[in-house]
Design a protein around this ligand. Structure first.
Ligand SMILES: [Fe+2]
Length: 294
């Protein structure tokens, strides 16, 4: 197993931005020793029925960063999201910073390039992103060292990003009472997700974990922060030492009952392009719907 450079002595400030339309939590993460920051999993607003894109959620993050005089160095995507559109290029256009995702994005681009029948102009080499992370790769947000852990299962390109004592888990884990993410999208694998979750749970018990989603199960208020120790003890899908076989059986049966996310069709087309809306032959932004293709 990769030896990850964990450093719990660094405690970044983490500001969460909850998107009610998609139950996504985006983050601004600030290096405590400088004015540098990173954005994790931003959201671009879409009224899909109207084909209208707006930027209220992203603008709130941009205002926050500007008001504090911070420098944006990284715009991190934990994976190609299927339930919301990324605002990474919009934020980069306003504040700079490099857009990064896991190198297995190429697998995702190949899969969905076929499903959406993209032409040869759609590059499947990850070149739409500024940085493709491999398992264990490190980078810096100001003076703070960060690293990426490959955590496939929900999708092939999923990664958990760890910055000091804060880990951004994407769609590996949900809050303990929410369990885990589905694994039935193309390229998903329940057994792989179980193994990836074990990697996250092998981090120190005090590591703070920040969720990408929360749906407030059983009527509780929305939450997004927990710890490794809490997940190990209480996660309803993998906590308390549940076995891989139990998890795979449960996850597979559960996934068979789930409807597709409302925004999966626009999300995939945009997010596999690092947040850029595809264009038609005349250069106009345009989305497709592959009928019975998903
Ligand atoms: Fe996801």
């Amino acid at each position: 197993m990769t030896d990850y450079p964990v450093d719990l002595s660094i405690a970044p400030e983490v500001e969460a931005f909850f998107d009610e339309a998609t139950n996504t939590i985006s983050y601004v993460v600030r290096d405590p020793a400088s004015t540098s920051c990173a954005v994790v999993d931003s959201v671009m607003d879409i009224d899909y029925a109207a084909g209208r894109i707006t930027y209220g959620h992203a603008d709130a993050m941009i205002d926050f960063i500007k008001q504090r005089g911070l420098t944006l160095e990284w715009i991190i995507e934990t994976h190609v999201h299927a339930d919301h559109l990324s605002a990474a290029p919009y934020i980069q256009g306003k504040l700079g910073g490099k857009i990064g995702i896991g190198s297995k994005i190429m697998v995702v681009q190949d899969t969905f390039g076929k499903i959406f029948n993209e032409g040869t102009e759609f590059q499947r080499d990850g070149s739409q992103f500024d940085r493709l992370f491999e398992d264990g790769d490190t980078y810096h947000v100001g003076k703070m060292q960060a690293f990426a852990m490959a955590t496939p299962g929900h999708t092939p390109a999923c990664m958990v990003h760890v910055m000091g004592n804060a880990a951004f888990v994407g769609d590996t884990l949900f809050m303990p009472d929410g369990g885990s993410a589905r694994t039935d999208f193309p390229g998903g694998d329940a057994g792989e997700l179980y193994d990836s979750i074990q990697k996250v749970l092998a981090l120190p018990d005090d590591m703070r974990l920040f969720m990408c989603h929360d749906y407030g199960p059983n009527g509780r208020d929305i939450q997004w922060e927990t710890t490794v120790g809490d997940e190990k003890a209480h996660n309803i899908h993998v906590g308390g030492g549940k076995t891989k076989a139990d998890f795979v059986k449960f996850r597979t049966e559960r996934d068979a009952t789930l409807a597709m996310p409302k925004l999966i069709i626009p999300s995939l087309q945009v997010n596999m392009r690092a947040g850029e809306v595809p264009r038609d032959k005349d250069g106009n932004p345009m989305l497709k719907v592959p009928v019975n293709g998903l």
